[in-house]
Ligand binder design. Sequence first.
Ligand code: G1P
Length: 271
Amino acid sequence: MIKQAIIPLAGLGTRLLPLTSVFAKELLPINGKPGLEYILDECFEAGIKEIIFIISDKKKMIKDYFYNDTFYKKILKKKKDIRILKEYKKILKYKKMIKFVYQNKPLGTGDAVMKTKKHIKSNHFLMLLPDDLIVKNNCSKEMINVHKKHKSSVMASMTVNKKTVSRWGIYKLSKKLSKNNYKIEDVIEKPKIKDAPSNKAVIGRYILPKKIFSEIKDLKPGKGGEIHITDAIQNLIKKNNLFVAHNFKGKYLDCGTLHGYINSTLEISKL
Ligand code: G1P
């Protein structure tokens, strides 16, 4: 059973500068609620019991958001505000599930995953990238079912515009395994248009095997000098580990850019 999730949150958020020079983008409200809470709710509904946040000293604000008990208690003592009490209870519910680890140098997603090694207990775990919101359908829940059915690792997949392949991890698929699920033959991090094997992209939901840690350990820095989870996955695929691309049903919203962030608010307000 998949009961643990990890969320890399140590990214610098350069696409949202200057805001991110002082603020954690994952706490920016989307239709009144921090983006990160949508991700937490997705985990909850998918049956996740423990979530590991990978933060950095610069992103301490994220920990403070969940560890502000003195503040809430003081306020609630002064005024019995139902709304504040409800919000505090929600924060407490999240807090119970969260552990923090640190990645103080932004060396890439692979390096972020590595920081969680000693906390991962079962053979597979879920990873969610907080810039990628998927609404209308719980993508993590769907993927956990795919994992159960095919006894495999799983990644969320979406068809993207051919011109944008260098923005994503791109798959080469082999056979269809079941409805919306395909065996992955190759995955390449941010290829040039001419090198891209398709226009099927990795979206930020992954069910990864524990053995990914030993694969990351041996990785050399890839694109942009970072340690990419995609490269570790590609190595596991080459060693005959089954990775399934799952075409999710929900709507994808990219919150990592200003345009995407504004659009997410508009889309979620329509739900
Ligand atoms: C990361 C992954 C990439 C994936 C993307 C999805 O890239 O490295 O393979 O397609 O997330 O959003 P990033 O957005 O961190 O540049």
